[in-house]
Every structure is written in C-alpha cells, then in structure tokens.
Design a protein around this ligand. Sequence first.
Ligand SMILES: C[S@@+](CC[C@H](N)C(=O)[O-])C[C@H]1O[C@@H](n2cnc3c(N)ncnc32)[C@H](O)[C@@H]1O
Length: 490
Amino acid sequence: MLTARRHYDSSREFAVEGTAREKPDRSDSVSLHNVEEMTREAEHRWGDRLSVDDRMSRALVSFQANRGQPQYRWFKYKEAFSVELVEFVFEQYGQTSRDLLDPFAGSGTALFAAASTGRRSEGIEILPIGQEIIEVRALIRGGLKKSEIELLAEWARTTPWRRMAPGARLNELRITKGAFPTETDLSIRRFLSATESLDDRARRLLRFALLCVLESVSFTRKDGQYLRWDYRSGRRQGAREFDKGAIQDLDAAMRAKLSEMSLDLLGGSRPRGLFSPKCSPAEIRLHRGSCLEVLPTMPADRFDIVVTSPPYCNRYDYTRTYALELAALGVGERELRSLRQAMLTCTVENKEKDVRSMHPAWRRAIDVAREHGLLEAIMSYLDEEKRVGRLNNNGIPRMVRGYFLEMACVIAECARVLRSGSPMIMVNDNVRYAGACVPVDLILSEFAERLGFTAERIIVLPGAKGNSSQQMGAHGRQSLRKCIYIWRKK
Ligand SMILES: C[S@@+](CC[C@H](N)C(=O)[O-])C[C@H]1O[C@@H](n2cnc3c(N)ncnc32)[C@H](O)[C@@H]1O
C-alpha cells in the first residue's frame, strides 16, 4: 500500500553544500560543533516522531493555495496558511472538535475555515490590518444586503470617485512617506471622499477594497523584513536599484478588486459552505490585542482544538511590511512603535519583555525555557559570536531568547485553555543564525511536553527550504525544516 508518510532523514539538515563556509577558528568550531552535536542528539530522540508527509506541500501551508479561493483571495496576507490546510487538520485530528482557538489569527484563515464547518472559533490578533480583514469578513459572513453587493459592482462599473474632489491628505508614517505616485495619491483621496456620504457598512467595505490594492498601486513591495522601494520613488535603498515592474493605476486596480469582490459575493465563485443552507451560524469572535495579554483572561478547558501559526523567529517585521495598510488605518508613529514591541518577539528591534512580571503563573513556563539544554547551548554560542563581533546584527541573541521565552508562555496558556485530549496544531519554520541551525520544531515540542502536552508528531514538509543569502554566503547552504507540529493536551 502506498503511504504518504515517510521517515525524516535528519542527516540532510547538516548536509552543507558548496565551499563558501568559513573555516571556523578553534573556539568557534568547538562551540558550533557542540550545538550541532546536541541538535543531532535531539533529532535522534525525535526520530520516530519526525516524518515527511508527501500530501503536504509548501503551497498548502502558505497563502499560495488561497489565491484561487473566493474571499480569501481579496487581501494577500502573505503569511497566512491555506484554508485547505485547516480542513485537512480538521479531518485528520479534529473531526469532533467544536471550539477552535487561534492565538495568532492573522487574516483569520483558521477562524473562517472553522466557521464554514459549523465550529465556533475565537482568534487573537494584534495587528490592526489582520483585525480589519477578520472584522470585514465577519460582517460579510453575518449577511450582506443585495443592495450592498450591488453597490460594489456599480462602483466597479461607474468609478464614481473620479468625479470627486480629493479629500484630506492621507495619514503617513515616516516609513511610508512618498509611497504613491502623485496621481495615485490624489485618486486615493478622491476615492475616500466619495465613500464619506455612505453608511458605515458600505464605507467599511469599500475602504477594505482599497486596503486590498494599496501595495499594487504603490512604489513598494512587501519583502519580509521590510518594505522594498522601487527606484521610481526617489528613495534610495541599498546599493542595488529595485524595479517592482508595473505599478497599477488606482482606478484600474479598484475596478478589478470591486468586480472580484462582487463576483465572489454574488456567488459566481462562492467559498465552500459560506452561504450554503447547511452552514450553521457559527460564531467567530476576535480579540484585539496581544495573546500574551488576552490568553490569561480566558477560562481554562474552554477549547477543543488550537490551530495556529505564530510569527517565525526570522526577523520578519510585520509592522514594516504592513506599514502602508497600517497608515491607511490611521496608525500613528507612537502606536506603530508600541505595536512593534508588543508583538511576539521576532525582530532584532524587539526589546526584552518582562514576562516574569506579566503573569505570575508563567514561572513554570519560563523555567522550562531557561532550563532547556539545547536552547542554552545555542544561546551561549550566539552570545559568544556577538561578543567577538561576528553577528551581522547584535540584536539576534536577544530576539532568539525572547522568542522562546514568550512562546513557552503561549504554549503553557494553550495547554490551560484546551480541554484534556484536545489537539494543538502549529505551523512554524526552523531558522539559522551564525551558522547554527535552531531546531524550533524540536525545542518548542520539548517545551510542550513539559507544559502539559504529548507531542505526537512533527510533520516535515517535503522540499527543504534554504537559508538567507547572507547565511548562505558565509556558511554554505543548509536545509531548514518547515513543519506542522501535532501536540495533544494530556
Ligand atoms: C504567521 S501569521 C498568522 C497567519 C494566519 N494563520 C493566517 O492564516 O492569516 C502570525 C500572526 O501573529 C500576529 N501576532 C504577532 N504577535 C502577536 C501577539 N503577541 N498576539 C497576537 N497576535 C500576534 C501577527 O500580527 C501575525 O498576523
């Protein structure tokens, strides 16, 4: 019989290709060697629970698979997982689950996938753009009037904003100044002023459509750690000029987006289950804020499945990549800075959070993170690399330490709010700094085992992911696992 599951060959993780890897000096080689040895031992311990599943693909675990999905396709939340992945998870691990939690809800994929199968769901999201996507889609889910859908189609046809005088200047952040060509800036202001005479719901829908096209009409492109600027913006960024290709005209982009939305809403390409008679009016609840603040307020034993994907420990800064949308939503400089600090630590700019004083019950989780041998070894290696000036950013050790401390607290909270026997499914990537692979999958699964879960399986996605070009130049190519963790509350 054919099986999609096969054994994971951990020796590939250390298969360094190429010749670019620097010959380390003696003290470095001992330390890095120790880390590698300890990682190999950890992989050995996890050997029978690490497996590749050929039914999984990177597209399934990323936004890519949502590109053709009605409604999900409107706003390209690039860090999202796919609705199919959530459906797969329900089928495999959560057939009887009724109450879902996603503490890092993003654009709400897990919440809407749960709702379309009659499950109740709660999500926590800190970023206003994620919150807006979820709230607008929840508003739509609650039922739109025919006239509201027709309004979108009519605006696509007649572009009424073109006849308006431009309204007030757009809210800008320091990092978004000059993001639009002058004509586009005026068109956006015309569009916003045309929505002013409408009722709240219609205005919100149309403004959401605008959020969906901002990147495509700007000089910028979302690029992981920051926004990349096209050379035509006049902003200099790095040595090499960046050309993003065609920059869409706002009127054309809005016409296309409004047509897409009205088509999806009129049922031309209806999402499975959304308006079907079988669909129960399952509740979706969004908590705005940080899960580090919200989780401790939730009652114990409340949920029977967690499906989530936290930020990865990869320096990706959501507050920079979504700066255009945040500015459009009225976020100012101070709010942006405090959002950046309140988010789960995953950038070199994050200051240390005092998790110990945040919540007294987290003492155990903090101890679990602090006492983890492999993590400690990685930290002392990174601290030493920092001391001798070999890190390309000195904030890396603080980021890695903060990431694991905060994740330990999140895991402890998820264990508390889940009912006994319930699954927790997490998508996450391994990372690599200063040549050391950080096996996020094994470390977090070992935390989970000490914080109330049985870590049943780590599904490794086929097709290993390389590391950043900086890392590749200095240390050669190493594959990094992208995984789905399957844990079950004891
Ligand atoms: C990988 S994305 C999740 C994407 C989501 N699965 C989806 O399909 O859209 C991680 C999310 O965690 C959010 N986040 C980061 N720190 C957070 C925190 N402390 N509390 C709640 N959400 C947070 C980010 O804003 C981001 O939307």
